[in-house]
Design a protein around this ligand. Structure first.
Ligand code: ZN
Length: 240
């Protein structure tokens, strides 16, 4: 089975559409989402609608939680919290209920989905360093964990010592635990502005780290038209 794993869409509709277009040719049977469907950009409602239609398994990100009062806005910087407050006003009650009911983690056989970290999903701490990853591996029972949150695609492998890899293709080693950050659809931060997602082939035990160009200009114009912070648009061009 082939799955596409997306995350950190952040209300960026042109980016989400480009990714879903790109996965059409991938023979994908399931779309999974590691959270932050909303926040920062101008199309939270459309992104929620598409994710609801396409992704049967979705976990909550911190922006999803912020948008429905599951999380205090003091956690966020002002560009983020301004966008969360704006997002809150856009959502219907039904859309709010959808975000409010998203679980923090989902376990599908040996695949775990979580926005931030498998060991403390409600704290929204980051897994960015080898140390962070080694702590997370200590609490991860088995298999593969797909995460987002940092917006930087990377693979951590529970070797001795823990390995940190950036690769387009990766064979999941049998018996090893692996944490994969799928990067961000709607606001990449690794200086590559292209939308990021991952394909998992469960039979081949292979991961493909994908990037796809999208209409950044259109996303930026929509952010400006909505009156959202200008930084939320500018950073899309820089990929940071
Ligand atoms: Zn995010």
């Amino acid at each position: 089975m082939r799955c596409a794993i997306l995350g950190d869409i952040h209300g960026n509709l042109p980016a989400l559409e480009a990714v879903l277009d790109a996965v059409k040719g991938e023979g994908i049977e399931a779309v999974l989402c590691v959270g932050d469907v909303v926040g920062y950009a101008a199309d939270p409602k459309e992104c929620i609608q598409i994710v609801r239609e396409r992704a049967p398994f979705v976990v909550a990100g911190n922006h999803d939680c912020g948008a429905v009062g599951r999380m205090d806005l003091t956690y966020f910087n002002s560009d983020a919290s301004d966008a969360i407050e704006w997002t809150r006003e856009q959502l219907s009650e039904e859309e709010r209920d959808y975000l409010a009911e998203l679980p923090l983690t989902i376990q599908l056989e040996d695949v775990c989905l979580v926005h931030s970290s498998p060991h403390c999903p409600g704290e929204f701490s980051y897994i960015q360093t080898l140390y962070d990853a080694s702590v997370a591996f200590g609490e991860l029972d088995r298999g593969l964990a797909f995460i987002g949150h940092s917006h930087v695609p990377v693979i951590f492998v529970n070797s001795d010592p823990v390995d940190y890899l950036v690769a387009e293709e990766f064979d999941v080693p049998p018996g090893k635990k692996v944490i994969v950050n799928v990067g961000s659809v709607g606001q990449p931060r690794d200086l590559d502005p292209r939308a990021s997602y991952v394909v998992l082939d469960t039979e081949q035990r292979k991961l493909f780290m994908r990037r796809v160009e999208y209409d950044i200009e259109a996303a930026a114009e929509r952010i400006a038209a909505a009156g959202l912070p200008a930084t939320n648009a500018q950073r899309l061009f820089w990929g940071r």
